[in-house]
Every structure is written in C-alpha cells, then in structure tokens.
Design a protein around this ligand. Structure first.
Ligand code: HEC
Ligand code: HEC
Length: 308
C-alpha cells in the first residue's frame, strides 16, 4: 500500500479518536439528541473528506510534471508558461469589477443609509423637539430650567448655593464683591461684558470730575465698598464724580458705554458665558456649548438669586 494512504488512515483514526474522546468522554455522549448526532456525523465526514483530498493533492504534487510552451522572458531563471487565462477566472474578474461599480454607485452610494447618519438625524429631531418645547417658557419655569443648567454646568466651581465655594469662583448671590471692584479699578477690565470690545480704563484713566485728579487709594477703597454694599453707604460722592458718567448714577450701566455694576441682568451674564471672564478671582471659562435659551435660563436663575 502507498505510504501516503497509510498515513491518511492513521491521521483519520487519530482525529476520529479525538472526536470520540471529546464527545463521549468529556461531554457525556450524544444523549440521543438528533442535532448532536448530525453535528458528529458532519465532523466525521469532514475529517475523512479533508484527509483524502489532501492525499490526492500531495500525490499530484509528487507525480505531476509541468508541460507547455515557455515564454521568452525569464526572471532570475524563473520561467513562465504561456497558459491562457482560465475562462472561469476571467469571468469572475469581470464580474467582480461590475459588481464593484454597482456597489459603489447604486448598491451603497456615499449618501446612503448609515447608522451614524440615523443617530445624527434622531439627535437633531430630539433637539428640535425640545427647542420648540422650551422656546417660549418664561418666569418661574425659566428660572427652574436655569437652576438645572446651573447644577449641571456651574456648581463645580460656583458651588451648589452659588456662593463661590470660599472664593474659588465669584459669589453669584451678590453682584460684585469689593475685592473684584478694587481689582478692576486698579487694572482695568477687558472682558467684553457689553458684548463688544469696550475696556474699562485702569486707575490712571479714572479721574475725579470734582477735583480733576486721578483716583486715590482711599477713594478706591471707599467707592469699592459703596458698590459692593449695593450702592449705599460712604462713597456716593466719589461714585457720582468718577464712575457715574459711564456706569450711570444708579450703577445700572448704559448700553454701549458700560455694564451694570449694581445688578445682574440677562445681557451681562450672557456675555460672560459667551466670552468668559478674567478677574481678581480667576478665570471664568466661556460656555459656548450652551444654546441661547440655556444661557437666558441660567441668567434668569442667577438674577433671581441676588433679587431675593
Ligand atoms: C470711561 C468709562 C468708565 C468709567 C469712568 C468707569 N467704568 Fe467701570 N467699566 C467700564 C466698561 C466699558 C466696563 C466693561 C469692561 C469689560 O468689558 O470688561 C467696566 C467694567 C467695570 C467693572 C467690572 C464689572 C464686572 O462684572 O466685572 C467694575 C467693577 C467697574 N467697571 C467699576 C467701576 C467703578 C467703581 C468706576 C468708578 C471708580 C468705574 N467703573 C468707572 C467703563 C467705565
Ligand atoms: C471652571 C470654573 C467655573 C465654571 C465651571 C463656571 N464658572 Fe463662572 N466664574 C468662575 C470664576 C473663577 C469667576 C470669577 C472671575 C473673576 O475673577 O471675576 C466666575 C465668574 C462668573 C460670573 C461673573 C460674576 C460677576 O459678578 O461678575 C458669572 C455671571 C458666572 N461666572 C456664571 C457662570 C455660569 C452661569 C456658569 C455655568 C454655566 C459658570 N459660571 C461656570 C469660574 C467658573
């Protein structure tokens, strides 16, 4: 008998033995289950067919000799037969190209359905739905919405009561703290609080209109406490003479000239959220990921805190 067939039988026996070992000895047998029986029958058939197909080709490799006309070219002594392209191969090649074009143009064009596209569409639809739902809310509901935005986005720095966590960020229960006002008078301010470039001059540009002299340390101290105390107490005369021209006699600001320093308002907070703010306490990041309604809502919430 050919040695090859002997090896075939030995390998078949080993593989069938391994199958028997796995199925009967470790998995507890077939238990009369028709599906298990079919699976094992399939496995046995696969083993036998595989071994004998391999034998066929190994034999062919052992006995075959190449025939045919050699092409003239030789690459490092490796020749090439002038065999025609196999017909089935050529058909497959053409078919694949045609299928490829169809797939690109009609089967799955660039703008066809995609899961990401579907997700984006659904998100946009939900956003539109909520934008519509919340577009016209006002009053208490707006403040409530603002509180949710605040708790989600702002409390990490400003604290759950908006008190600024011991000076980590601005205390939003009051319009301005004395140290912020002092710092602005000393160094000026350029935070686009009016929504545009309109800086506040530093102390060298601030003159007391009554005396004509630059503002003094004592005046800075007094006027800062006056503003921080809600525009009351000592310092009213300094404010009237030095600040009122821009900020208004009541400190409520003037459009295009200076922002309100007596009270929060929607425009001021929206501008802080849009441009951020650098000051004595630190840096307030810009919050452009909030949409206009969310900014309006959180502004309403903050305004409601100091109005209480
Ligand atoms: C020439 C006009 C002008 C005068 C005078 C002026 N300010 Fe201002 N002030 C501004 C402008 C403009 C801003 C906004 C600057 C910005 O966008 O950062 C501002 C901002 C401020 C801020 C910052 C507000 C905030 O939210 O951070 C404070 C505080 C302030 N001014 C206090 C004063 C005081 C107190 C005086 C008087 C001593 C004074 N200003 C005089 C124009 C003026
Ligand atoms: C990373 C920390 C941080 C986060 C988050 C943050 N802030 Fe601020 N915020 C600050 C700091 C610091 C200041 C003080 C800046 C200064 O020195 O004047 C400030 C100042 C402000 C001011 C100006 C107060 C004033 O009297 O001039 C407003 C308004 C404000 N924040 C609103 C918000 C809102 C609304 C959110 C949430 C959408 C928010 N902040 C989130 C740090 C933060």
């Amino acid at each position: 008998m050919n040695k090859l067939y002997l090896w075939g039988i030995i390998i078949t026996a080993i593989m069938l033995g391994a199958t028997y070992y796995t199925v009967v000895l470790t998995k507890g047998g077939l238990n009369g289950d028709i599906v298990n029986m079919l699976a094992v029958a399939g496995a046995v058939a696969l083993v036998i067919i595989t071994v004998f197909v391999v034998i066929k080709y190994v034999r062919q490799m052992q006995t075959d000799t190449a025939t045919g006309e050699l092409a003239d070219e030789s690459w490092d002594d490796i020749g090439e037969y002038k065999n025609p392209v196999p017909f089935g191969w050529a058909i497959m090649f053409l078919g694949t190209m045609i299928w490829g074009m169809w797939y690109f143009v009609a089967g799955y064009p660039v703008n066809a359905y995609s899961q990401i596209g579907e997700y984006n569409e659904e998100v946009a639809a939900h956003d539109a739905k909520f934008e519509k739902e919340y577009a016209n809310i006002t009053g208490d509901r707006l403040v409530e919405m603002g509180e949710s935005v605040f708790l989600a986005e702002c409390k990490v720095c400003h604290g759950i009561n908006a008190d600024g966590i011991d000076g980590k960020a601005a205390n939003l229960n009051v319009r301005l703290e004395a140290k912020t006002i002092k710092d602005v008078i000393e160094h000026g301010s350029n935070n686009q609080l009016l929504g545009m470039e309109m800086p506040m001059p530093d102390r060298n540009g601030l003159f007391n209109n009554n005396t004509g002299a630059p503002i003094t340390d004592a005046e800075i101290e007094k006027v800062s406490n006056y503003v921080a105390n809600g525009m009351s107490g000592e310092g009213a005369d300094i404010f009237a003479g030095t600040c009122a021209a821009c900020h208004g006699s009541d400190g409520m600001g003037m459009e295009y000239v200076a922002p309100s320093i007596a009270a929060f308002n929607n425009t001021l907070i929206t501008n802080v959220l849009t441009h951020g703010k650098k000051g004595a306490i630190g840096t307030m990041p810009a919050f452009d990921r909030l949409n206009a309604k969310q900014k309006e809502a959180v502004a309403a919430y903050i305004t409601s805190l100091s109005a209480k």
